[in-house]
Design a protein around this ligand. Structure first.
Ligand SMILES: [Zn+2]
Length: 411
């Protein structure tokens, strides 16, 4: 309702809020700005302090001008759960999981996608596209079905079957692209230009999608009674979720609701960690890197052709006094198993990296057990089932009767 313009983060150029992806002058990333001074702060405070219904509770800070264009499946309003059992075991006081698996299509991607699709409708477009490693593909397909518009989804050839099945069920046209995610990204971009679609690729390409990510900060404001956690830990590929959450907190700070922002922690898989590599070498710019295969497919992003996205995320991490950390395949698999067996949380490997990264920083004393933290559990385990390392060999036990059962179970 209060959107004013798009602004380039590199050169500062301002544009009217239309169908733009990158800055026409320098190719920089565009971000959405608002008439903050016109916002009714009393009304916003009431919306921030009442139980959460969906992200549209915060529509004053979202880029849709006419409410009738909103396409919603009741996204957001995800629970904040304390890791009490793991806290006792590892010795920390206040670490919570923001359980994004409860979103309508099973991942946090519903936040950016529903804002992006609503804006596409507002701009009068009837076909959308996305390059996605899986979760965003399912989200775009699901919200397109709800909106009654066509969607074309470009996915890397290695995308897990479960994720493609979900998007297919929603009626999307799926195009598998040879090679890694960057190839899907490039082809979706070329098709967008040729056919005049709206591209909802959830890197930093579409400025409106990022606005959905920031609603996490508003929800945490309510769920933590206005307290700001010391750390927010986020699995990152290009990193729009991390950047978006920090943007949300910065807006709350600028509007006078909070006095500090959290330190942002970005977690990558060791086998694909261009942002962590730049962070560890004290570089201010991120270079793309070829990748090895990782079970954390949702963050397996080499950033080829859009390195500036990684650089913007690195900047957010450093400015917030946060940390970038990478985790091994074994640490990711162990994290899936621990979250499931100790806390009843079923995460896909990508989502579980938030716990793997936090645990590593705790062990290395880079975060203490007294620091409060919120871990972003980004996607549901049913999307990419992984039993976890220790369990693999225990599952296929067949028992014919009660006496055989007694030999197998440990009472
Ligand atoms: Zn620019």
């Amino acid at each position: 309702m209060y959107i004013s313009n798009l602004a380039c983060v590199a050169c500062g150029k301002k544009l009217l809020p239309g169908l733009n992806y990158n800055c026409p002058d320098c190719g920089g990333i565009l971000t959405v700005e608002y008439h903050y001074e016109r916002i009714d702060k009393d009304k916003l405070r009431r919306d921030l302090e009442r139980p959460i219904e969906s992200i549209w509770q915060y529509k004053a800070l979202l880029p849709i001008e006419n409410e009738t264009n909103i396409v919603s499946l009741r996204e957001g309003a995800t629970p904040l759960l304390e890791l009490g059992n793991l806290g006792e075991e590892y010795g920390f006081e206040s670490v919570m999981v923001k359980d994004e698996t409860r979103n309508p299509t099973g991942s946090f991607k519903d936040r950016p996608t529903c804002v992006g699709i609503s804006k596409a409708i507002e701009l009068g477009v009837e076909t959308v596209t996305i390059a996605s490693s899986g979760n965003a593909a399912a989200a775009v397909a699901g919200y397109s079905a709800k909106a009654g518009i066509k969607s074309f989804v470009f996915v890397p050839e290695s995308t897990p079957l479960g994720k493609v099945c979900q998007a297919l069920t929603y009626g999307a046209r799926i195009i598998k692209v040879k090679g890694n995610y960057s190839n899907s990204f490039k082809l979706a971009l070329e098709a967008t230009k040729k056919y005049n679609w709206v591209n909802l690729t959830s890197t930093f390409l579409n400025p409106y999608t990022l606005e959905g990510d920031k609603t996490v900060a508003y929800e945490l404001y309510y769920q933590l009674n206005g307290e700001v956690p010391d750390y927010v830990v986020v699995p990152i590929g290009a990193g729009p979720l991390l950047h978006g959450i920090l943007k949300g907190y910065r807006e709350l700070e600028a509007l006078g609701f909070i006095r500090k922002t959290p330190a942002m922690v970005g977690v990558q898989a060791e086998r694909c960690s261009p942002i962590v590599q730049a962070y560890e070498s004290n570089s201010q710019t991120v270079k793309s890197s070829e990748i090895g295969s990782t079970i954390a497919s949702g963050i397996a992003d080499p950033l080829i052709g859009y390195e500036q996205d990684g650089t913007l995320t690195l900047k957010a991490i450093c400015e917030s006094k946060g940390i970038a950390v990478s985790v091994s395949e074994e640490e990711i698999a162990d994290a899936v198993h621990e979250l499931g067996s100790k806390e009843g949380l079923y995460a896909e490997p990508t989502g579980a990296t938030c716990w793997a990264g936090y645990k590593k920083l705790l062990k290395e004393n880079r975060i203490t057990g007294d620091d409060s933290a919120v871990l972003m559990l980004t996607g549901h385990g049913l999307k990419q089932p992984l039993a976890g390392s220790a369990q693999d060999e225990e599952i296929p036990v067949v028992v014919p009767n009660l006496s055989a059962l007694e030999e197998q179970i440990d009472l």
